[in-house]
Structure formats: structure tokens, C-alpha cells
Ligand binder design. Structure first.
Ligand SMILES: Nc1ncnc2c1ncn2[C@@H]1O[C@H](COP(=O)(O)OP(=O)(O)OP(=O)(O)O)[C@@H](O)[C@H]1O
Length: 230
């Protein structure tokens, strides 16, 4: 579904991604793991066309997106949930939910979203400012599901959340996957990622240095923890 090859990215003079290469198949949940500053968030931004300069190849469902603008990339069916979640504080939950345009058929209905995220139904009229971190995260994911995007890029969805909320987010991502969405997840919380993902890519210094299928994770956990600095 998504094939990234020889992806380079720069912030002004700073060369941050050095030939990233990985793929995500339809229906998979795949993670990018790595230490702080390894280039995981930049990889998601580069896929969305949100870095000042990038080169290489990003193929999504066969179409080359390396030269495409962010709006074209969104309309192609890729939804991005940034680390800061991007909730508009002055808008209600309902307004935030309805904000992104529908890009393709097959998105979830508001009723389906409310079934999956009951908190959002209860908080429909609340302003974005009144939401907890967990509710903001749910809203940020939920509003992508409405658009018909089939590939979700999630940047550290568990960051700063209490363990019980992290567990809820985990159940939601598993359910999203069960419903046929494909997920590319950036995570520092290795335990969380381990339960959800089919495969993991280890990122160091802007490159993929290893790929670990879920079934090899237990056997390789010790060396992986060392490399992640856990
Ligand atoms: N807007 C920016 N301008 C300049 N340099 C940046 C910018 N954003 C990130 N960087 C640099 O790019 C490198 C990769 O950062 P990135 O955020 O992609 O890493 P990461 O693996 O996601 O880590 P983290 O978990 O800390 O976000 C780091 O050296 C970082 O300082």
C-alpha cells in the first residue's frame, strides 16, 4: 500500500532523513521505533509533504507522491495525526470532528465513530479546550476515520497519557485495524506498540536499520531494548 524508498528530508541545511526504506501493506499495523531525534516524526511529515525539502520515492497505492502537495496527499487517502494532535481549541468536539473534508467513500459514519469513541458523543458540544489529553487523542484519530482515508499515520498517540488511557487507545487502534484501516505508528512506548503491530522498523540516524516481525519480537527484545535505550 505504501512503499517508501531512498527517502531523504531536510530542514533548511539540516539533512535529517538519509535514505529511509520501508513498506506498509494493506491492513497492517507497522511501527517506526527509535530513540529521540532518530527521525520518526520527520518520516511521517515527509510522507505528508510537510517538510521543507525531500527526495526519493513515496508510492501510495501505486501512485508516486514525492512531488505532491499536502492536500493532494490527503486526498489520495492518507490521514495524519500529528504529535500535538491538532485539535482546534475554539471549536467543539462535533465541529472538530466535521472539519476535515471527506476524501473518499468508505469513511466511518458519525454514529459508528460515537459507538467506537463513546466519550466523544458525551462531549460533542464541549469546546476542544475542555478535553483531556486522551479525549483529544481520540478526537484526532476519529476525525481522520470520517474522511475515508485508509492509511493512518499516528505520531506518538500515547504520549503524556495515563496507563489506563493508553490501554483504551490501544483497544481503539486494534479495532480500527480490525475494520480494515492500515496504520503506520510512531511510538516511544515499546510495550504499547508490541501488542498492536505486525512488524516494527527500527530507525537510527534517519535510516531504517532493522525490521522485526511481531513473532520475532520476544526473542529479540533484549537487544532491541538496548538499542532503544530502554
Ligand atoms: N522543525 C525542525 N527544524 C529543524 N530541525 C528539526 C525540526 N524538527 C525536527 N528536527 C530535527 O530532526 C531530527 C529528527 O527529529 P524527529 O522529530 O523526526 O525525531 P523523532 O525520531 O521523531 O524523535 P522525537 O521522539 O524526539 O520526536 C532531530 O535532530 C531534530 O532535532
Amino acid at each position: 500500500m505504501l512503499e517508501v524508498a531512498d527517502l531523504n528530508a531536510w530542514y533548511d541545511e539540516s539533512h535529517v532523513l538519509h535514505g529511509m526504506k520501508f513498506e506498509v501493506r494493506e491492513g497492517e499495523c507497522v511501527t517506526l521505533l527509535g530513540r529521540n531525534g532518530a527521525g520518526k516524526s520527520t518520516t511521517l511529515k515527509a510522507i505528508m509533504g510537510l517538510v521543507p525539502k525531500r527526495s526519493g520515492s513515496i508510492r501510495f497505492r501505486g501512485a508516486e507522491l514525492i512531488a505532491a502537495r499536502p492536500d493532494t496527499i490527503g486526498r489520495a487517502g492518507i490521514g495524519f495525526c500529528p504529535e500535538d494532535r491538532g485539535i482546534f481549541a475554539g471549536l467543539s468536539v462535533e465541529e472538530n470532528l466535521m472539519l476535515p473534508p471527506v476524501v473518499a467513500p468508505g469513511g466511518m459514519s458519525v454514529a459508528d465513530i460515537h459507538e467506537l469513541f463513546p466519550n466523544l458523543r458525551e462531549r460533542a458540544k464541549s469546546p476542544g479546550t475542555k478535553l483531556s489529553g486522551g479525549e483529544q487523542q481520540m478526537l484526532a484519530i476519529a476525525r481522520i476515520l470520517r474522511t475515508g482515508a485508509k492509511l493512518l499515520l499516528l505520531d506518538e498517540p500515547t504520549e503524556g497519557l495515563a496507563p489506563v488511557i493508553v490501554q483504551q487507545i490501544g483497544h481503539m487502534i486494534a479495532e480500527i485495524k480490525r475494520r480494515g484501516f492500515t496504520v503506520l505508528l510512531v511510538e516511544q512506548n515499546f510495550r504499547f506498540a508490541a501488542k498492536l503491530a505486525d512488524r516494527h522498523y527500527l530507525v537510527e540516524h534517519g535510516q531504517v536499520v532493522d525490521m522485526i516481525p511481531a513473532h520475532e519480537l520476544a526473542a529479540r527484545a533484549e537487544s532491541l531494548n538496548r538499542r532503544l535505550g530502554i
